[in-house]
Design a protein around this ligand. Structure first.
Ligand code: SAH
Ligand code: DHB
Ligand code: MG
Length: 217
């Protein structure tokens, strides 16, 4: 099994399970055209975020790490008419591309993009959010996790992307700041009786990675 198989299966699943979506394809094209990295969630992952938000009946969503707004669109589409999503992005160029993408997707009036480091902007937010999706710089995941707990209430969901990193998460000798950020998250979650948590390893077009899911008790 290798990356070619993972990618081929994602292509197959997209073809069978996801309808062609010109708006989302245009968003990805705009991200590439702007020279931004191709690290948006995959389409099947985006659909998972969308379904989880719908199953949860989320009305207020917080996203940390916008990039070009691809995951933002998937999440915002799950919101009811009066639902709102706030997304935090460091890079003003990324935020501009995201604004265009989100507006073109027809969810612009539900989405607020705040520019600046989430390390600075997240502590200024007030809760409560029903769902928090953490997907920015990985070294600061512990900060985002603590803030997410402050900004949520019993029944809220917290999802953290990229917690497996090709298996590097299990390497106790790692010096990679991103992996260390995830390992600190795991240490924070361990023994925290405010949350019920799991993490799931995944393969797909984005390689071997995974996400953490926490339910606030
Ligand atoms: N959630 C997006 C992908 C986000 S990529 C999607 O799946 O479509 C990670 C983003 O986090 C990048 O745009 C990067 O600029 C941003 N970022 C990095 N450091 C940050 C910080 N300190 N605060 C806020 N955003 C940050
Ligand atoms: C990277 C960041 C992501 O959020 C992701 O899903 C994949 C890769 C990265 O910074 O390399
Ligand atoms: Mg990610």
């Amino acid at each position: 099994m290798d990356q070619a198989v993972f990618t081929a299966v994602d292509t197959y699943l997209e073809d069978r399970l996801l309808s062609p979506d010109p708006t989302l394809e245009a968003a990805l094209e705009a991200i590439v055209a702007a020279g931004m990295p191709s690290i948006s969630v995959s389409a099947p992952q985006g659909r998972l975020l969308n379904l989880v938000a719908k199953m949860h009946g989320a009305k207020r969503i917080l996203e940390v790490g916008t990039l070009g707004g691809y995951s933002t669109i998937w999440l915002a589409r799950a919101l009811p008419a009066d639902g709102r999503l706030t997304t935090l992005e460091l890079d003003s160029k990324h935020a501009e591309v995201a604004r265009t993408n989100v507006d073109r997707a027809g969810v612009g009036e539900k989405v607020e993009i705040r520019v600046g480091s989430a390390v600075e902007t997240m502590p200024k937010l007030e809760g409560s959010y029903d769902l928090v999706f953490i997907d920015a710089d990985k070294a600061n995941i512990p900060t985002y996790w603590k803030e997410a707990l402050r900004l949520t209430m019993p029944g809220s969901l917290i999802i953290v992307d990229n917690v497996i990193r090709n298996g590097a998460v299990a390497d106790a000798s790692t010096t990679d700041e991103s992996v260390l950020g995830v390992r600190k998250l795991m240490d924070l979650v361990r023994g925290d009786d405010r949350v019920e948590t799991t993490a799931i390893q995944t393969v797909g077009s984005k390689g071997y990675d995974g996400f953490l899911l926490a339910l606030v008790k």
